[in-house]
Ligand binder design. Structure first.
Ligand code: NAD
Length: 384
């Protein structure tokens, strides 16, 4: 690891990555390779998750190509020196903002969108003129192998390379000094990464998870809201960081909402054992999900097959914040439904936990929308 990082640092210090044309050529090369190996990538992700090539395109590759095209088109502008006004203390000088790369970067990816979560930060790091060591998640072994082969046979390791592995390899990497670490994953591992980076005062970006609520209010278009909610919850079998974790539904629309959820799931691609329904990543996670379900609260689903790693889209009703399923991020196809009567009380319950990564507000009522935006801190969606 030390030798690899020394090589990357020497390459960075050669100033080659500061050349904008070098960056554009590297990004174009990556784009061309990805276009050539799309079929291989489809096969690998199907082997890891049973994810269809359509879903692989819409939830992974399309986003990567978007980032590549944007970076190729805009990196010259992003890297431009900008003239800014000078404050009194520095008068009569002239002042500039000069964008500069940080140096050797480490990207640690999560497994749930294994291509996109690894490549998007790597693309950004390359566009900004850094060298990159990419450590994809070890859990989807086939996609990790495809990424390693694709990058390690086409790029100079002194500039861009993949190190495969799990906890042991990541721990060894984290002992080294990097100039930037970009981590996507869970809160507990985020803390490990942050502590390791602190020893070297390395700047870190953490893309973590959490429990994201969805509000189904009395004033929403219930049919459209339910359709959208079911799609965003069960896409990738619920293994999405910004998926709605649980639903807060106003009691006046609860029964209609549950019926619509049932209808929507049964007619969707998420139906149990549909060939396009994504598997759970591991047996360990199958067991973790299974023990979250209170049997007496199952409204729909609740079945699973550990050997096949299939977990049926499951809806729980009459859930309270004291239930086990509300203790940690679900990260799977289980949707707890909690009824509320007063919006203030529902908001207070959300705020008892950590700030949600996202929040979905289904309402046509401007006052409700304003109130939730004002009182809860989140990045997210407002829908009618
Ligand atoms: P994870 O934290 O278990 O693993 C992430 C990475 O850290 C992997 O590459 C893994 O090899 C490495 N790792 C695991 N344990 C480690 C340890 N003890 N020491 C050093 N490295 C270690 O996360 P995951 O299970 O891959 O992903 C799921 C989590 O990621 C969920 O919480 C989800 O919400 C979150 N997530 C967030 C985003 C976002 O953009 N905010 C996107 C996707 C996933």
């Amino acid at each position: 690891m030390q030798e690899l990082i020394n090589r990357q640092r020497a390459f960075f210090n050669s100033n080659e990555t500061k050349n904008i044309d070098f960056r554009i050529q590297a990004l174009k090369k990556l784009k061309k390779i990805l276009e050539e190996i799309t079929k291989l990538m489809d096969e690998a992700i199907y082997a890891d998750f049973k994810k269809s090539s359509f879903d692989n395109f819409t939830t992974e590759l399309a986003l990567i190509f978007h980032d590549l095209n944007e970076a190729i088109g805009k990196v010259k502008k992003w890297a431009k020196v900008k003239s800014v006004s000078t404050n009194l203390m520095n008068m009569p000088a002239k002042s500039y903002l000069i964008p500069e790369p940080l140096g050797v970067s480490l990207v640690i990816g999560a497994w749930n969108y294994p291509y996109q979560l690894s490549l998007a930060p790597a693309i950004a790091a390359i566009a900004a003129g850094n060298t990159v060591i990419l450590k994809p998640s070890e859990l989807p072994a086939n996609t990790s192998r495809v990424l390693a082969k694709m990058i390690n046979t086409n790029f100079d390791p002194a500039f861009f390379t993949v190190v495969e592995g799990g906890i042991k390899e990541t721990t060894e990497l984290l002992e080294q000094k990097f100039d930037k670490i970009f981590f996507t994953g869970s809160v507990p591992v985020g803390k490990i990464v942050y502590q390791a980076a602190a020893k070297h005062l390395t700047p870190v970006t953490l893309e973590l998870g959490g429990k994201s609520p969805a509000f189904i209010t009395e004033s929403c278009n219930l049919a459209i809201s339910t359709k959208r909610l079911v799609w965003s919850k069960f896409l990738n079998a619920g293994q999405t960081c910004i998926a709605p974790d649980y639903v807060l539904v106003h009691e006046s629309v609860k029964n209609d909402f549950l019926q619509l959820v049932k209808k929507e799931i049964e007619s969707s691609q998420f139906a149990f054992e549909n060939d396009n329904y994504v598997q759970i990543i591991s047996e360990k996670n199958m067991h973790r999900l299974a023990q979250m379900i209170p049997k007496e609260k199952v409204y729909l689903g609740g079945n699973y097959d550990v050997a096949k790693r299939y977990f049926e889209p499951t809806v729980l009703t009459d859930v309270s914040f004291e239930d086990k399923v509300m203790e940690e991020e679900i990260f799977g196809p289980i949707l707890p439904v909690i009824t509320y009567t007063k919006l203030d009380e529902a908001i207070a319950l959300v705020k008892k936990g950590s700030k949600p990564l996202s929040c979905y507000v289904y309402t046509s009522d401007k006052e409700i929308r304003k109130k939730i935006l004002h009182e809860i801190s989140f990045g997210g969606w407002l829908c009618k």
